[in-house]
Write a protein that binds this ligand. Structure first.
Ligand code: NAD
Length: 257
């Protein structure tokens, strides 16, 4: 229970990687704040389930992270933030000349700009507490590119750069900021891009998984949300106190190619 007494805010955590990270942080003893843009009974039930399972405090706070004021209000409403995991993200797959402007704007707002707002709001709380950890969930697409993902690749490269800058601005303090760069994880976000990719490449589902999604993942296995949660927990330990400004790949060898 090495994170007992810490409060972790995980954005975009009512499903997929964010939920997996929140569960692992709670397992390590942290109180957790879940978030998404919905406000359903199921969202609050997830928080109650995590609290009961791990004996921590867990809350769900609605905030639409495409809006800067809501991103900042999320941190203010939580009232405390020792660990900030900027995870919320969306995807859209299209050739650049057909890429809808509103999709570009939404991806940049949710996948990149929201982290600017939450970080700016959380840093004073971390300084007050004398300790802080910021983990930005980027992607292998923060380090390499793929066709048809212009906004996503731009946003993910952007968040790797933001992580480095925040690391330098906090380098003399007991605060670290890093990017974690997953390869493919089979979450709703990946599921949702399979139909478009099937159309782009004229392939069936199995072919898309093998020849497109895992084509560049030498392990030929999806990364799991538990592995990503474990990476976040490690970044919160004393062993990781000097790890700051890095992009940590959890990608089955993708970026080694
Ligand atoms: P997901 O769709 O399961 O989860 C995305 C989360 O973001 C959800 O909780 C969703 O509600 C939330 N979200 C979306 N729009 C939001 C908004 N406007 N305001 C607040 N929350 C919002 O997807 P995931 O695969 O778990 O992705 C999580 C993160 O991991 C993303 O940043 C994604 O880019 C990144 N990532 C995913 C993979 C993968 O293979 N799944 C690989 C690399 C990086």
């Amino acid at each position: 229970m090495e994170l007992k007494g810490k409060t972790a805010i995980v954005t975009g955590s009512n499903s997929g990687i964010g939920l997996g990270i929140a569960r692992e942080l709670a397992k390590a003893g942290a109180d957790v704040v879940l978030n998404s843009f919905t406000d359903n009974d199921e969202d609050h039930a997830l928080a109650r389930e995590i609290a009961a399972e791990h004996g921590v405090e867990a809350r769900y706070i609605k905030a639409d992270l495409s809006k800067g004021d809501e991103a900042r209000a999320l941190i203010e409403k939580a009232g405390r933030c020792d660990i900030l995991v900027n995870n919320a993200g969306i995807q859209h797959v299209a050739a650049i000349e057909k890429f809808p402007t509103e999709k570009w704007d939404a991806i940049i707002a949710i996948n990149l700009t929201s982290a600017f707002h939450t970080t700016a709001a959380a840093l004073p709380m971390m300084r007050e507490a004398g300790w802080g950890r910021i983990v930005n969930v980027a992607s292998a697409h923060g380090l390499t590119a793929s066709p048809y993902k212009s906004a996503y690749v731009a946003a993910k490269h952007g968040i790797v750069g933001l992580s480095k800058t925040v690391a330098l601005e906090t380098a003399r303090e007991p605060i670290t900021c890093n990017a974690v760069c997953p390869g493919y994880v089979l979450t709703p976000l990946v599921e949702s891009q399979i139909p478009d990719t099937m159309k782009e490449y004229d392939m069936d589902r199995d072919e898309v998984i093998e020849k497109v999604l895992l084509a560049r993942q030498p392990s030929k296995d999806f990364v799991t949300v538990e592995q990503l949660g474990g990476t976040c927990v490690f970044l919160c330990t004393d062993a990781a106190a000097q790890i700051t400004g890095t992009a940590i790949s959890v990608d089955g060898g993708w970026t080694a190619l």
